[in-house]
Design a protein around this ligand. Structure first.
Ligand code: BTN
Length: 236
């Protein structure tokens, strides 16, 4: 039977390859229900966006995935919800002058540098979506931020509880909250595309499919659904 909406089925393992891969496999085998969450202390094959790896020393960071049995058309919404929930959970730790926000498509920034990443994956056979999130809690790679920069008492398991509570507190329609949290809008950006192609312009909007709308330096309006965005100076 599916859990009631306010219940999360939380599973925790000491080590695994990737929590996203585990939940995708479990969903395909029909072994998990909506709102199953898997957290691990260590991943040996953690997956990042654009086929990158996501690594962290054992026990240092929040590495978790949730299975949401929602229509594929809701994948972008699910991914945005998780990013926003991480933003809210971390913002509570620095309630005044919080500098936590999002960089398109769904990186969480603290003090302008990357704190967390979100990876949504859909199986070809299961009906739902797996959304994984990695948050730097006690360790960060060079140039990135960690939660301990603002609060050294936070543990990965404790932060997960905060993220799940924040997720459930989000409104049904998160479009305005996502736009408000997206520090990319109004910024001059460099969009790094596959194949080492860079384009420059002003990020002006996010469309209904979650694509970034950029006014390029030659005036052309262009939408992007993949790519790495670098925030440059403010466009105004
Ligand atoms: C990114 O590249 O910004 C997204 C990183 C997502 C990493 C998390 S860690 C938990 C979950 N399991 C994975 O293999 N990846 C995601």
């Amino acid at each position: 039977m599916a859990p009631t909406p306010s219940i999360w089925e939380l599973r925790e393992v000491t080590e695994t390859g990737s929590t996203n891969t585990d939940l995708l496999q479990a969903a395909e085998a029909g072994e998990i229900a909506h709102r199953t969450v898997l957290r691990t202390d260590h991943q040996t094959a953690g997956r990042g966006r654009l086929d990158r790896r996501w690594d962290a020393p054992a026990g240092t960071n929040l590495l978790a995935s949730m299975y949401l049995d929602m229509a594929p058309s809701k994948a972008v919404d699910a991914m945005h919800r998780v990013g926003l929930a991480v933003v809210e959970a971390v913002a509570e730790l620095e309630p005044t002058d919080s500098t936590v926000g999002l960089k398109w498509p769904n990186d969480v920034l603290l003090h302008g540098t990357k704190l967390a990443g979100v990876l949504a994956q859909r199986s070809t056979t299961a009906s739902g979506i797996v959304v994984g999130f990695g948050v730097n809690v006690g360790w960060a790679p060079p140039g990135a931020a960690r939660v301990h920069d603002v609060d050294t008492s936070v543990t990965p398991a404790g932060l997960l509880q905060r993220v799940l509570v924040a997720f459930d507190a989000l409104p049904d329609d998160i479009s305005s909250a996502y736009r408000a949290g997206l520090q990319t809008l109004g910024r001059r950006v460099r969009v790094e595309l596959p194949g080492s192609v860079n384009v420059f312009g002003e990020a002006v909007d996010v469309d209904a499919n979650g694509r970034l709308v950029v006014r390029l330096d030659d005036g052309l309006m262009r939408v992007f659904d993949v790519g790495d965005v670098v925030h440059l100076r403010s466009a105004s």
